[in-house]
Ligand binder design. Structure first.
Ligand SMILES: CC(C)(COP(=O)(O)OP(=O)(O)OC[C@H]1O[C@@H](n2cnc3c(N)ncnc32)[C@H](O)[C@@H]1OP(=O)(O)O)[C@@H](O)C(=O)NCCC(=O)NCCS
Length: 196
């Protein structure tokens, strides 16, 4: 499990956003809400979860993922939980990323784009990654649009394809320099620091 947990924050005229690596108690406190997000019919299909997850299973999932070295974040808008995101399958200079904006009525309002930019600021500037990958179901138009709009491009390299669940999954990636070029201004407004 990571010894240092991070807080990543961004504020603009409309909204205050926080992504943070939760303690086990913090995961327990939101596990019922997270399980309802995961179990939403649309989210479940897009995330390829085959079965509903109980609150206890959410806690187990977080615990096991952290023990594997994944970096999981809870996402808050103005202090209210709106989803989660993570980096996983690390090698020396890259990782795979995934995100969920849990409430259906909050999807499509720019939160996925803002949280992803915040967390890429942390991954590129804080962790020093050079490339980030995503794997997406071809039917997941919002996700494809989100990552294309952020500057991700098709990647069929062995490393990208090693991350897929199904042969039909779309694999995209973005390099740090390209992301910096497109989003440097917003990244400069992102604050990240170890949690106290
Ligand atoms: C995919 C997801 C993270 C996107 O986050 P979001 O906050 O909904 O997306 P944003 O509002 O930031 O929009 C990003 C782009 O996607 C587009 N988009 C959003 N919802 C869309 C929809 N339902 N259909 C088509 N495009 C959509 C937006 O229009 C925007 O593109 P634009 O700037 O060119 O208009 C979110 O919808 C989600 O969590 N879905 C369920 C779980 C999931 O699919 N996770 C991704 C697994 S790879």
């Amino acid at each position: 499990m990571s010894a240092v947990w991070f807080d990543v924050e961004y504020r603009d005229a409309q909204v205050q956003l926080r992504a943070f690596e939760p303690t086990p108690d913090e995961v327990r406190a939101v596990a019922v809400q997270l399980s309802s997000y995961y179990n939403d019919e649309h989210n479940r299909a897009m995330l390829t979860h085959e079965e509903d997850m109980s609150a206890e299973e959410v806690v187990e999932y977080y615990t096991e993922s952290c023990e594997r070295g994944d970096r999981l974040f809870l996402l808050e808008q103005d202090g209210v939980l709106v989803g989660d995101a993570d980096f996983r399958h690390f090698d020396a200079c890259s990782a795979e990323y995934a995100i969920m904006i849990g409430a259906r009525n909050l999807q499509g309002r720019g939160l996925g784009r803002k949280f992803t930019t915040m967390l890429h600021a942390w991954a590129f500037r804080g962790l020093g990654l050079d490339r980030v990958y995503v794997t997406i179901l071809p039917a997941n138009r919002p996700s494809l649009r989100l990552f294309e709009q952020l500057g991700y491009g098709p990647d069929r390299s062995p490393r990208a394809r090693s991350l897929i669940d199904e042969e039909s999954d779309v694999t995209l990636s973005v390099q740090r320099s390209a992301f910096e070029k497109q989003h440097g201004a917003m990244m400069d407004g992102v604050r990240f620091a170890p949690r106290k």
